[in-house]
Design a protein around this ligand. Structure first.
Ligand code: BG6
Ligand code: MG
Length: 215
């Protein structure tokens, strides 16, 4: 019996995945580091520090410099999200969140971002969530299951009663590790391990999700 959906934010509800990419890209360019859109695919869902480590590869920097680079990237990201408004919701997202609520089910947010609260506030969908778990909620981020388990606990539900909706390989892995069923959004190369896959939430309704994960 499914009683809730736990949504990732970046790349699922809004296209902030693009802003994270642009922030890292600017930082990489400033440091003369190579960083492509393809490299960025591996950073989806990955927390700030681990993302930087993946960009730096085997280069070693003092902790102070690492902190400075993380702050600089976050500064760029904060500039990008200043302009976010309800117009930036990805197609189908608000409709689905509302439909889930109207059906008596719950919505949780499970985002590794420390900026998730601000983003959903700006998108005007804060009140559509019954639980918010973000980059401040747990120590071990995706692909560990902790963030989704945190959200399920806030909803007073077991993982078996929740479905995770994700665009990242690390997120699908986290859902599986926690015993959640999952819906992957995007190409199979990225979210192929999900129980059901859709290109995006556009035109996807509650019934479509329930049918797909039951199949
Ligand atoms: C995830 C994004 O949601 O949050 C990652 O997919 C990002 O790209 C991570 O690195 C951490 O975000 P923030 O806002 O705390 O730097
Ligand atoms: Mg994401």
């Amino acid at each position: 019996m499914i009683r809730a959906f736990i949504f990732d934010l970046d790349g699922v509800i809004t296209d902030t995945a693009e802003y994270h990419f642009r922030g890292w890209k600017r930082l990489a360019d400033e440091g003369g580091l190579s960083f492509t859109r393809e490299d960025n695919e591996h950073l989806r869902g990955i927390p700030r520090r681990e993302s930087l480590m993946l960009i730096l590869k085997d280069r070693v920097y003092p902790e102070e410099k690492i902190q400075e680079m993380m702050e600089r990237k976050n500064g760029y990201y904060l500039e990008f999200i200043k302009e976010i408004s309800p117009r930036d919701l990805l197609p189908g997202a608000r409709e689905l969140l509302e439909e889930i609520r109207a059906a008596g089910l719950k919505n949780g947010l499970g985002s590794a971002s420390k900026n998730a609260g601000e983003v959903i506030e700006r998108l005007g969908i804060y009140s559509l969530f019954d639980a918010i778990s973000d980059g401040h909620s747990v120590e071990r981020q995706k692909p560990a299951p902790d963030l989704f388990l945190h959200a399920a606990q806030q909803l007073s539900l077991s993982p078996a009663e929740c479905v995770v909706v994700e665009d990242a390989a690390a997120g699908i892995e986290a859902a599986r590790a926690g015993g959640f069923r999952s819906v992957g959004l995007g190409p199979a190369e990225r979210v192929g391990k999900a129980d059901a896959i859709f290109p995006s939430l556009a035109g996807v309704w509650l019934e479509n999700l329930l049918t797909a994960i039951a199949a």
